[in-house]
Write a protein that binds this ligand. Structure first.
Ligand code: ZN
Length: 148
C-alpha cells in the first residue's frame, strides 16, 4: 500500500501534468500577475467576480511543479465560491504553510482543503513555500483589482 507521501506526490504531479482551469478570461474579468524570482515561477490569474462570488477563474503561467500544481488546485478550490469562503481558504492555506497563525476563533465559514492537503509537505522546504503561495497571493491581488 503506498504511503501518504506517495499519494501526495501523485496528486501534485497530476495537477502539474493536467492543470485545471488553464487559460484566460476576457474583460470584464480582472487579472493579476505574480512572479517568484527565487525559482522563476510565473502565474497569471484571471478572475470574474459577480455579486460577491468568483464565478470563473483561469490560470496561465509557467514554473516548477509546486507553483503550477498549487495554482491548479487553488483554481479548483475557489471556483464558484463566495469571496468570504475564498478569504477563509486563503487563510487556511497560509496557516498550513506556516505563514499565518491559526486563530482560536471558530472559522466564519467551513473550509474544505481537498487536494490542497497534498501540499502540506512543502512546509518542510521553506524555499518552496514561496512557490506554493505564489498563486494565492496573485489571486488576492486579482480580487483586489476586481473590487477596485
Ligand atoms: Zn517554484
Amino acid at each position: 500500500m503506498p504511503g501518504l507521501e506517495d499519494l501526495y506526490r501523485e496528486i501534485i504531479l497530476d495537477h502539474y501534468r493536467t492543470p485545471r482551469n488553464r487559460g484566460e478570461l476576457a474583460p470584464p474579468a480582472v487579472m493579476a500577475e505574480g512572479h517568484n524570482p527565487l525559482c522563476g515561477d510565473e502565474i497569471t490569474i484571471y478572475a470574474q467576480v459577480e455579486n460577491g462570488v468568483l464565478v470563473d477563474v483561469k490560470v496561465s503561467g509557467q514554473g516548477c511543479s509546486i507553483s503550477q500544481s498549487s495554482a491548479s488546485m487553488m483554481s479548483q478550490a475557489v471556483k464558484g465560491k463566495s469571496l468570504a469562503e475564498i478569504q477563509a481558504l486563503i487563510h487556511r492555506f497560509k496557516v498550513m504553510m506556516s505563514i499565518e497563525e491559526d486563530s482560536d476563533e471558530a472559522p466564519a465559514v467551513e473550509v474544505k482543503m481537498g487536494d490542497l492537503e497534498a501540499l502540506q509537505g512543502v512546509v518542510k522546504f521553506p524555499v518552496r513555500i514561496k512557490c506554493a503561495i505564489l498563486s494565492w497571493n496573485t489571486l488576492l491581488q486579482a480580487l483586489e483589482n476586481a473590487s477596485a
